[in-house]
Design a binder for this molecule. Structure first.
Ligand code: IMP
Ligand code: MG
Length: 177
């Protein structure tokens, strides 16, 4: 079934306001410390760019890639952590940044990987969280969430379908068409 982008679910202004508020909250939480932000490519790029500009204060940025979706269906997680980050992770606070929390499997895999690198503390921030009946172990709950959304496939503001629609400035659901 072909897909087309449906109406706007969260517009650019609402995203900007919420991301600025999240940035201020994170800046507050990490005041006086220098966390490592571990960003999950590629979906988080727009969110990350706006979040860090709303978060004054020292930090390091590192990247991992994770891919799980085959089209609109979740599949097996493929996680690629580069061969050691440029910065030291051991003993430091880490904030994992991702676009969307669905089953939580991706964030759990990334958190596990950074804990194995010796991170002192690992917290997570996501732009979107899907509300559904799936049970998430409490230790996998995201620490900061931009917006809770219905359990449907969304695109835009970094989120893609087969590589498309990441550059939309807003978040839209997919329609069928
Ligand atoms: P999880 O591992 O089930 O939590 O899935 C999270 C990952 O799947 C995210 O990092 C996204 O890359 C991708 N994903 C989940 N839901 C959507 C969606 O609605 N649109 C686009 N990507 C999604
Ligand atoms: Mg992702």
């Amino acid at each position: 079934m072909p897909h087309k982008v449906g109406p706007i679910l969260i517009d650019a202004e609402a995203i900007a306001r919420r991301v600025r508020a999240l940035g201020a909250e994170l800046a507050d939480t990490y005041a006086g410390r220098e966390p490592v932000l571990v960003a999950v490519m590629k979906g988080c790029v727009l969110f990350l760019a706006d979040l860090v500009r709303a978060w004054p204060g020292p930090m390091d940025l590192e990247f991992v890639t994770a891919a799980s979706y085959q089209g609109t269906e979740p599949g097996e997680i493929r996680l690629a952590v580069p061969d050691g980050f440029a910065c030291r992770v051991a003993g430091r606070p880490v904030v994992v940044v991702d676009d969307i929390f669905d089953t939580g499997a991706t964030l759990a895999a990334v958190c596990r990987a950074v804990r194995e690198m010796g991170a002192a503390e690992v917290r997570t921030v996501v732009l979107l969280r899907k509300r559904h009946l799936g049970v998430v172990p409490p230790e996998c709950e995201p620490d900061w969430v931009g917006f809770e959304i219905e359990d449907r496939f969304v695109v835009g503001y970094g989120l893609d379908l087969g590589g498309r629609y990441r550059n939309l400035p807003h978040v839209s659901a997919l329609g069928e068409g």
